[in-house]
Design a protein around this ligand. Structure first.
Ligand code: SF4
Ligand code: SF4
Length: 317
């Protein structure tokens, strides 16, 4: 492909990304990064994945993105803001993480990525592309950093200096040759340790990973079985996820309400009162959350979480 053609194609793809409503994007070369497999392997070996055994699969593929698309040349990484400034839990409510106050992002982002892939196909008919969003053995944060979207904060999330960390990630791995960004992964955390201090369960490790076994997001969304007594009281009113480490981050001070219309939910989860949650039947849950990330976690786990945060010890009741 000539340089002029590469420039024109890259411009067209960037324009389609912008028109899809993505807030940030970066393009980088597809190449193996075996350190990704190693890092995840060490994290798993330390047991920090909790019961998420699915992360143990395809460990080798995580270190070689070219094994997901034969002949892959480029990785396009996009970010979509989801910050919501709706009031969080009050006296009469529970806390649901911001990412779950919008439509299930997997569906929204996959559809956007599909449309961009169609444009790539139209421009380069022989190109093979695959889209990923929190699925498949893609080390999303590492690729976002390589593509220049930001750096890994102490709380392990990718932070973009302009929009903070409340954004979803998606990737397209393609055989099309594109122009790559001059990415800088400069660490801008400096001496700050606000997230580490704010974490209610000391889940943030010194190597900028999270010990899922202690993280309220994991405990309320992924964890099967009972939540350990040591976390009683620490989960406050959180019944689905925890945003604490992101809320205190100075880079999120400027976070603004999401604007992408495809993320707008069928109803506002923060409008549910404590009574609504407590009287909800499994059938109502299924209907209300049909396009929400809560659907995957399911009614019984959410009820378990409500019971956990509502528990009053006999001495207190
Ligand atoms: S999401 Fe909550 S529990 Fe998990 S690391 Fe952040 S502050 Fe800690
Ligand atoms: S709170 Fe401070 S240390 Fe934590 S991610 Fe944000 S800037 Fe980095």
């Amino acid at each position: 492909m000539t340089d002029a053609r590469k420039i024109a194609l890259t411009w067209k793809i960037r324009e389609s990304i912008r028109l899809e409503g993505f807030d940030i994007c970066g393009i980088t070369q597809a190449s193996p990064h075996h350190e990704d497999s190693r890092n995840i392997g060490e994290w798993i070996a330390a047991g920090k994945n909790g019961t998420m055994s699915f992360l143990e699969k395809n460990l080798d593929k995580r270190g070689d993105i070219t094994s997901l698309v034969e002949g892959a040349k480029s990785v396009i990484v996009v970010g979509l803001r989801y910050y919501s400034n709706e009031p969080s839990a009050g006296e009469n409510n529970y806390f649901v993480s911001r990412y779950a106050r919008v439509k299930d992002y997997h569906t929204v982002i996959e559809e956007k990525l599909n449309r961009i892939q169609k444009i790539i196909k139209k421009e380069v008919p022989e190109a093979v592309s695959r889209g990923f969003c929190d699925a498949g053995p893609v080390t999303e944060k590492a690729w976002a950093i390589r593509a220049g979207l930001g750096w890994r904060g102490r709380h392990s999330m990718v932070i973009n200096k302009d929009i903070g960390s409340f954004f979803f990630l998606g990737e397209i791995v393609t055989t099309a040759e594109l122009l790559y960004d001059n990415a800088s992964a400069r660490d801008r955390c400096g001496d700050c340790t606000l997230c580490v201090e704010a974490c209610p369960t000391q889940a943030i490790c010194s190597d900028r990973t999270i010990d899922a076994r202690r993280c309220i997001s994991y405990l309320t969304i992924e964890h099967d079985g009972d939540i350990a007594e040591e976390f009683r009281g620490k989960t406050e009113k959180m019944i689905f996820g925890c945003d604490r480490c992101q809320e205190v981050c100075p880079y999120n001070k400027k976070a603004v309400q999401y604007t992408d219309q495809e993320l707008v939910p069928e109803f506002h989860i923060t409008s549910l009162s404590r009574k609504d949650w407590l009287t909800m039947t499994p059938e109502e849950f299924k209907k209300l959350f049909r396009s929400s990330p809560l659907k995957r976690t399911g009614f019984s786990k959410i009820r378990r979480n409500i019971d956990f945060v509502d528990y009053r010890s006999p001495e207190k009741s």
